[in-house]
Write a protein that binds this ligand. Structure first.
Ligand code: SF4
Ligand code: SF4
Length: 391
């Protein structure tokens, strides 16, 4: 039996499962004075002040009041709002058909990939699910718990809700992860931290959530357990799942770098026990490339991306971005900033020329320093926002 190639996600000892309550996206939604907020800050008093600043950002997003802001808020609502409906526990997961369809794992993998692509995914890979990538505890109360009644959130726990609540342990017992990548429109992203780039991020998150839910639903109808993981209901960390499945590599900027899409993508995944042929992880040369290229770090307006070496975080050696700095900058903008995703040299349109350059970067390590320099000369070393489209 041939040995599976090593993942570029370098572990040091036993990785420690990440608690979703510790993510900035969970912390920004802690309502001051709520039982969750008090419980969390009893354990982490050192984070109370910074979390209040993060919560102030979400308050501002929820309550746009200035002239013109309603139009921007409508765009946000159109893209992000309905995704919450795809987060309910019986939508991401559910009943499994009593009769099990048996099929050759290779044939079934091909079928699943074809289905996901037909539904809208740009690339699909399948890998083993490392239990270390399963979140340890639920950290996102707002979509189901008693929360401020503004859209796009539910105003309370939906009737009959039986899913996990804040601080409940998360278990995902599946053996495989189906990782899917979805391309973002480069023109909209290049407006850089505007309601238009925000809209595109939400649009692609919405598509990825729907496709993940559809693929999981398909597998359950075949008689096998399956759970979708997407923006509004993650049980796993999708980036390392995608790395293990061979969809790309983790870059300095904290995003997955895909061989054709670069960092200009969003991810979703499905975990399952359906027997599937697995894809090998890939080594595109991104680790070596990022050592020479600091373009995301030098362009990051908040200084969130490290310019130095990798560090070991919960048992994984990687470049660790500072998510608080990043999110506070989003708060300052009033939109998600997408600069690191678009400046990355790997995020070029997939023309024949750019595909050849990517091949060179992968297979000729000695070319990487020159390619970094050439990217700066041809496309500019600094991010320049493009004008906003009619939307
Ligand atoms: S999204 Fe913007 S602020 Fe955040 S890490 Fe990327 S470039 Fe920096
Ligand atoms: S911009 Fe450069 S350093 Fe940053 S992720 Fe892309 S290749 Fe790596």
């Amino acid at each position: 039996m041939t040995q599976r190639p090593k993942s570029t996600c370098e572990t040091v000892g036993e990785p420690v499962r990440f608690d979703e309550r510790d993510t900035v996206f969970a912390r920004e939604r802690l309502v001051p004075g709520s039982p969750e907020e008090r419980a969390y800050h009893r354990l982490h008093p050192e984070l109370a002040e910074i979390d209040r600043r993060l919560a102030a950002f979400i308050e501002a997003v929820d309550r746009p009041g200035e002239a013109g802001a309603q139009v921007d808020a409508a765009l946000y609502q159109a893209a992000f709002g309905p995704i919450a409906g795809l987060a309910l526990p019986d939508v991401v997961d559910g009943e499994v058909a009593p009769e099990q369809v048996e099929a050759d794992p290779a044939r079934m993998a091909a079928r699943i990939k074809a289905l996901a692509r037909r539904l809208g995914a740009d690339d699909v890979r399948i890998g083993p699910l490392n239990p270390a990538w399963v979140y340890s505890h639920r950290g996102t109360p707002p979509f189901f718990d008693d929360y401020r009644p503004n859209p796009p959130y539910f105003s309370g726990i939906p009737q009959g809700y039986r899913g996990l609540k804040w601080s409940d342990p998360i278990e995902v017992p599946h053996r495989y992860g189906i990782a899917m990548a979805f391309r973002q429109d480069r023109d909209l992203l290049c407006t850089g931290g505007t309601p238009y780039s925000d809209f595109e991020v939400g649009r692609v998150y919405g598509l990825s959530a729907l496709v993940a839910v559809q693929v999981a639903s398909y597998i359950r109808a075949l008689g096998w357990p399956a759970r979708a993981h997407h923006l509004r209901n993650y049980g796993v960390l999708v980036v390392p799942v995608a790395v293990d499945a061979g969809l790309g590599e983790l870059g300095r900027c904290g995003y997955l770098i895909h061989p054709r899409l670069g960092a200009n993508l969003r991810l979703a995944c499905v975990t399952t026990d359906l027997p599937l042929a697995l894809d090998p992880p890939v080594d595109l040369g991104v680790q070596g490339f990022c050592e020479k290229c600091l373009k995301c770090a030098t362009n990051c307006p908040s200084g969130a991306i490290p310019k130095g070496d990798k560090t070991v975080v919960r048992g994984v050696r990687k470049w660790q971005i500072d998510p608080v700095k990043c999110l506070l900058y989003w708060g300052h903008l009033g939109s998600a900033c997408t600069i690191c995703q678009v400046v990355c040299p790997w995020s070029k349109p997939p023309t024949l020329f750019h595909r050849l350059v990517a091949q060179l970067a992968t297979h000729v390590p000695a070319s990487r320093r020159f390619l970094v320099w050439a990217d700066g000369r041809v496309y500019g070393a600094r991010f320049r926002p493009s004008s906003a489209p009619e939307l």
